[in-house]
Design a protein around this ligand. Structure first.
Ligand SMILES: [Zn+2]
Length: 175
């Protein structure tokens, strides 16, 4: 059986392949470089347009939808950390980003295009913001459902209500 430490390094290598920024991988494990020395793990070139700490993408209607979907999927995958009292484990970040990618490819930034809405670095940044209370839980003033939004953002309606006049918004409802 693999040791927990080996398991974590292997998860981090998968995060590198999934496109997680070098700086963010090192934030999860400052000794990652040393551990990988000789393993031939190379960081892919960073996507210039993606800056994880900034939540500009999340302020937009479709970005908020994608972020809320990622959050709800995470609650299903890791209910033990539903309060987001700690950073995501590498395996949790992998699981939630893969779930979004597989279930909602149209909301996901792929390797070839950068004008999509969500990807692993943004998911990491979003969950850090939830942990730091920059993104908070809120109750929709229209449908009464819970959703997350930036603490500083004036929006009172959940992204599903915000999109309700558009065809297909119901397809994005994650229970
Ligand atoms: Zn609503």
């Amino acid at each position: 059986m693999f040791s927990p430490r080996f398991k974590q390094t292997s998860d981090l290598i998968q995060l590198v392949h999934a496109g997680l920024n070098k700086k963010l991988v090192k934030a999860m494990d400052p000794y990652f470089d040393k551990k990988c020395h000789g393993l031939g793990v190379e960081f892919p070139k960073a996507k210039k347009k993606i800056q994880a700490p900034f939540l500009g993408w999340f302020a937009k209607t479709h970005g908020m939808l994608a972020g809320n979907i990622a959050y709800r999927l995470y609650l299903r995958l890791s209910p033990a950390n539903a309060g987001i009292t700690r950073s995501l484990e590498p395996s949790e970040l992998l699981a939630v980003s893969r779930a979004v990618e597989v279930l909602y490819p149209e909301l996901t930034i792929t390797h070839n295009e950068t004008d999509g809405l969500i990807e692993i670095n943004r998911i990491y940044g979003l969950f850090e913001a939830i942990k730091d209370h920059r993104v908070v839980n809120y109750t929709c003033s229209r449908c009464g459902d819970a959703f997350i939004k930036e603490a500083s953002q004036a929006s009172r309606n959940c992204p599903w209500c915000a999109l309700s006049s558009r065809v297909g918004s119901a397809n994005y409802k994650v229970a």
